[in-house]
Design a protein around this ligand. Structure first.
Ligand code: IMP
Ligand code: MG
Length: 180
């Protein structure tokens, strides 16, 4: 796997610092509320596991799978629910946990779908943010870990063709890996 990585963008220590900071902010902001973390599989699974342990207040967790990219590096702009949540959202303060905010299309349409289920509130927490790629803005103020340049990254949950998710760091994939 390592030979396919052009450059390590975020090392393990740097990631843990960002995650701790996000967990601390969420713990302060949601104290006394009814926090439900919703992880969007599969990319956010590693981030979710670390983030929930950086949160010091009671919270519940749930998972969903939506399709956006398929196995290509291009956003389809349409979100289809492959696996839905188990929990009824009424009364919960939702934080959607995502690996990366790219064009914004996936999260915007996911937020619209989940809003119709009447949660108390809804926000997004993403580890990575690629602002140069944004096509649609999210409606709320949200939690963002770190801005990264417009490069295709893998590791810490993020994949290319389902590969590289188990790398412990976030690295830039060599373009020749996905261009042929
Ligand atoms: P969006 O709808 O364009 O914001 O797409 C977000 C989704 O695209 C993420 O949840 C990822 O699954 C995928 N994605 C976007 N950029 C990357 C990347 O650099 N590496 C791996 N997956 C990515
Ligand atoms: Mg994803």
């Amino acid at each position: 796997m390592k030979e396919d990585i052009k450059e390590v963008l975020l090392g393990e220590k740097e990631i843990q610092k960002i995650v701790k900071d996000l967990g601390g902010r969420i713990s302060r902001d949601y104290s006394g509320k009814n926090l439900l973390l919703v992880s969007v599989l599969k990319g956010s699974v590693v981030f979710m596991a670390d983030l929930m342990r950086a949160i010091t207040i009671p919270c519940k967790i749930d998972f969903m799978i939506v399709s956006s990219y398929g196995d290509k590096a291009v956003s389809s702009g349409h979100v289809k629910i492959i696996k839905d949540l188990d929990i009824n959202l009424a009364g919960y303060d939702l934080v959607i946990v995502e690996d990366i905010l790219d064009t914004g299309k996936t999260l915007k349409s996911l937020m619209e779908i989940l809003k119709t289920r009447n949660p108390q509130s809804i926000k997004v927490c993403t580890l990575l943010d690629k602002p140069d790629r944004r096509e649609v803005e999210l409606p709320e103020e949200n939690y963002k870990g770190i801005e990264i340049p417009d490069e295709f990254v893998v590791g810490y949950g993020l994949d290319y063709n389902e590969k590289y998710r188990n790398l412990p760091y976030v690295g830039i994939l060599k373009p020749e890996v996905y261009s042929d």
